[in-house]
Design a protein around this ligand. Structure first.
Ligand SMILES: Nc1nc2c(ncn2[C@@H]2O[C@H](COP(=O)(O)OP(=O)(O)O)[C@@H](O)[C@H]2O)c(=O)[nH]1
Ligand SMILES: [Mg+2]
Length: 275
């Protein structure tokens, strides 16, 4: 029996220098090793470099590669919120970083485990994970602090919410999509928490990871933005959320100061209406 159809999104922000070998490796590997239909959709957001030209050039060599280009800086979350709208096109939809931190074979391992769950996420912190190059000390420290905050706020019991490799069944993406509103790197928390709340099962599996040079994350600013965003997600699911509406302009101002992509307000209203 052929494997289910798979659509993998790659959010890309100024990735002209890193993305080409990754696209080639994924397209090649999945053509050779995956029997189901496979599509790779690069979602460009706010790129100021020639990522688009690079993606277009590689796409000429691989029919499995296409792209969506959003000229506005809508963030990794914004790009994935847009990309997940394509869920109807495949049985499984997921995403992976543009820099090749997750090799194609490790991504395929996640995909193969989906039978037992609704969503499978790669973990760098579970026993069995293979880390070829770890994140910098500062990054690891920030990551552990972030993990502690996320665990205290959401009790999801997920060891690594931030690994860039995730895959879910179509029905899961379609069900939670209206609840997605976080545009920055805390998008993953937004996604995982809505998946758990909707009653779906998330399976966390040890993965393979090579931290790559050229990270687009500016630690101080990204940490503050992510902190603000996880608090925001927590509040959305609290009874007080409506009372906080007058603070919206202040919130918009803070995101702007942090040069972070604004959360989508509309989607939040939908979540409340559904809840
Ligand atoms: N930092 C950042 N990354 C983005 C953005 N939009 C998409 N991405 C993608 O998010 C992924 C992870 O980014 P990266 O810089 O590798 O983060 P790191 O590996 O966690 O240091 C890459 O595929 C980026 O291209 C954005 O607005 N900011
Ligand atoms: Mg990276």
């Amino acid at each position: 029996m052929p494997e289910p159809s798979l659509l993998a999104l790659i959010p890309a922000y100024n990735e002209e220098a890193r993305i080409e070998p990754v696209l080639r490796a994924y397209a090649h590997f999945f053509a050779q090793n995956y029997s189901g239909p496979f599509q790779l959709v690069v979602v460009l957001n706010g790129c100021k470099d020639n990522t688009l030209g690079v993606v277009q050039r590689v796409a000429r060599d691989f029919p499995s590669i296409s792209w969506l280009d959003f000229p506005a800086p809508i963030g990794k979350g914004g790009a994935l919120i847009e990309g997940l709208k394509l869920a109807g096109k495949a049985d499984l939809i997921g995403y992976v970083d543009a820099d090749g931190a997750t090799p194609p074979r490790a991504y395929l391992e996640l995909v193969k485990k989906i039978g037992a769950a609704d969503c499978v996420i790669g973990s760098r912190w579970l026993p069995g994970a293979v880390i070829h190059q770890s994140q910098t000390g500062n990054r690891q420290f920030a990551s552990r602090v972030f993990h502690f905050i996320v665990q205290s706020l959401f009790w999801m019991n997920i060891r690594d919410t931030q690994c860039g490799a995730k895959v879910m069944k179509r029905a899961v993406a379609e069900k939670v999509h209206p609840a997605l509103c976080i545009a920055d790197m805390a998008f993953d928390i937004n996604l995982l928490y809505s998946i758990q709340r909707a009653g779906f099962k998330i399976l966390e599996v040890p993965t393979e990871w090579t931290d790559q040079v050229g990270s687009k994350v500016t630690l101080a600013r990204s940490s503050l933005t992510m902190l603000l965003s996880v608090i925001r997600v927590r509040l959305i699911y609290s009874p007080f959320y409506k009372l906080l509406r007058p603070l919206r302009p202040l919130e918009a101002w803070v995101y702007k100061k942090l040069r972070a992509p604004q959360p989508l307000a509309g989607a939040v209203e939908q979540t409340r209406a559904e809840a």
